[in-house]
Design a protein around this ligand. Structure first.
Ligand code: GLC
Ligand code: CA
Length: 559
């Protein structure tokens, strides 16, 4: 996409999806790029502006594609490189950008680089990976996949050495101390940017470089490398972004933005569980506290806010006590737990309570950052906790009541994963077609919320100021950008609440509720009173009104 604001990502609404899970065009049971092209009209209708595609590269699929065996291809079941190009054109034609995963940290053990590296110690590819004669090295590094891995080293009988891996043992880590490897990865990036991708979600960036005596995370050498990478992109491509996956505390994520010379964006991992804690404990403190601990970032950078993604709802950035609380509140059945986290989708986490689903979306759409929706959550899809690994949240998209939820005409036994069929979230009740036909469905509500957000730049670009009302169930903040002031008032409680707000500095302004364009009583020089329904939320724009306009109305009628 040419001639556009390089800061487009600050106003974007992201949508994460897996090609294999979206739509199957040739009825082999696996979604593909041609199927995805057919569904672009739906995504355009919804109003999302940037897609994040999960890994679609050739892979033995032992980590759903994060185990890449060829960085320059498309997994044949998902289509061809031509299909991908057509898809990019079709997405761009609709004003939708596309970023994809860049799996920097590791490859599959089936990658030809690793196959050659293990066989010949003399090969230049040997030092594409991290080898050791002893498994004692880098002993301070934690194990990330603690439910499957025992060590970060695995003995390779062919190489007759141990190789280093931060994730699954079939995913050897690449060696970023090797300039040749760095060069090879830049070429991989160039390859995809030349196809037209708008950027990358940079997988697992904290772990790129290891040093003895450290925890081998967030090292300054890793930041130096990211700076090189950013410089390289900026010199050659315009308007492309790097989005960091760094599941770390805010103070440790902050350096990934650098001086706006590393990544443009980073996920806010620690905020996510606190949104769930806030609504469950009916208390704004966990959310506001997290922002108190979030350092300012450069103006040109942006947080990416999410509720759910393709992984477990990670509780890594939680204290032991917080973790226990989250398990107690959201995953009493041990089957729902994976690694350090909860492998469930948004709707079932919130007991399919439409009010809570709206409220949590309202939070990620109005707090500072750009929101991302995980495919299917916009229609309230369910999960299947009995599927292994994190597959329970990776089932086929539910389009209609036809065979296999309209995802594929294949024999159901051929599907890459079974569709959800339970009585609440099953495709017979929860599907896109039904929701398009009902104006008050979740999908329609998501569409209007997205549209409202897009109309007000303060959501993506504004400052934030938290008010601290005495009622600790009601979370209140102001977003300001240029001459626009937005006021967000959200009831985290499951009962009706009243709140008094100190808005004296806006005396004379009229709060206009954005979903209904409804004018509320103007702000005076006394505390401003509001009442909210259970889990209710107001998005207001403060309009400076001439004095005779102080009348207010409900649905247009002046009282
Ligand atoms: C990232 C991905 C996750 C994957 C891991 C290892 O954390 O989100 O799905 O398993 O990297 O590649
Ligand atoms: Ca297919």
């Amino acid at each position: 996409m040419t001639n556009v604001d390089p800061l487009w990502f600050k106003d974007a609404v992201f949508y994460e999806l897996h090609v294999k899970a979206f739509c199957d065009s040739n009825d082999d049971g696996i979604g593909d790029f041609r199927g995805l092209i057919q569904k672009l009209d739906y995504l355009e209708w919804l109003g999302v502006t940037c897609l994040w595609l999960l890994p679609f590269f050739p892979s033995p699929l032992r980590d759903d594609g994060y185990d890449v065996s060829d960085y320059r291809g498309v997994f044949p079941d998902y289509g061809s490189l031509d299909d991908l190009r057509t898809f990019l054109q079709e997405a761009h034609r609709r004003g939708i950008r596309v970023i994809a995963d860049l799996v920097l940290n590791h490859t599959s053990d089936q990658h030809p680089w690793f196959q050659e590296a293990r066989r010949s110690p003399e090969s230049p590819l040997r030092s594409f990976y991290v080898w050791s004669d002893s498994e004692k090295k880098y002993g301070k590094a934690r194990i990330i996949f603690i439910d499957t891995e025992r060590s970060n080293w695995t003995w390779d009988p062919v190489a007759k050495q141990y190789y280093w891996h931060r994730f699954f043992s079939h995913q050897p880590d690449l060696n970023y101390d090797n300039p040749e490897l760095r060069k090879a990865m830049l070429e991989v990036m160039a390859f995809w940017l030349d196809q037209g991708l708008d950027g990358f979600r940079c997988d697992a960036v904290p772990y790129l470089i290891e040093r003895e005596g450290t925890i081998c995370e967030n090292l300054s050498e890793t930041h130096e490398y990211l700076k090189d990478l950013r410089k390289w992109i900026d010199e050659r491509y315009q308007g492309r972004i790097l989005l960091a996956e760094a599941n770390q505390w805010p103070a440790d994520v902050r350096p990934y933005f650098g001086d706006n010379n590393e990544c443009h964006m980073a996920f806010h991992f620690p905020l996510m569980p606190r949104l769930f804690m806030g609504v469950r404990s009916e208390d704004w403190h966990p959310i506001v506290d997290m922002f108190t601990h979030t350092p300012a970032i450069p103006d040109e950078c942006q947080w990416c806010l999410f509720l759910r993604n393709h992984d477990e709802l990670t509780l890594e950035m939680c204290s032991g006590e917080e973790r226990d609380y989250m398990y107690y509140a959201y995953a009493r059945d041990p089957q729902m737990r994976r690694n350090i986290g909860i492998a469930r989708r948004l709707a079932p986490l919130l007991e399919n309570d439409r009010r809570k689903i709206e409220l949590l979306n309202s939070l990620v759409f109005t707090l500072p950052g750009s929101p991302i929706i995980y495919y299917g959550d916009e229609i309230g899809m369910g999960d299947n906790v009995h599927l292994g690994d994190r597959n329970g949240v990776r089932t086929p998209m539910q389009w209609n009541v036809d065979r296999n939820a309209g995802f594929s005409k294949a024999d159901p036994s051929k599907l890459y994963l079974p569709v959800i069929t339970d009585s609440i979230y099953g495709y017979q009740t929860t599907n896109v077609e039904a929701q398009l036909q009902t104006p008050y469905s979740l999908a329609h509500w998501m569409k209007s919320m997205i549209a409202i957000r897009k109309k007000h730049p303060a959501f993506g670009r504004g400052t934030i100021e938290f008010l601290r009302p005495r009622n600790d169930k009601v979370l209140v903040y102001l977003r300001q950008y240029r001459d626009e002031t937005l006021l967000m008032v959200q009831n985290l409680g499951g009962s009706a609440q009243a709140v008094e707000l100190d808005l004296v500095k806006f005396a004379g302004a009229v709060p206009v509720e954005l979903f209904g364009e409804t004018r509320f009583p103007s702000i005076g020089d006394r505390p401003y009173m509001l009442s909210l329904a259970p889990y209710g939320y107001y998005w207001f724009k403060l309009r400076q009104a001439p004095s005779e306009e102080t009348a207010y109305g409900i649905e247009g009628s002046v009282i």
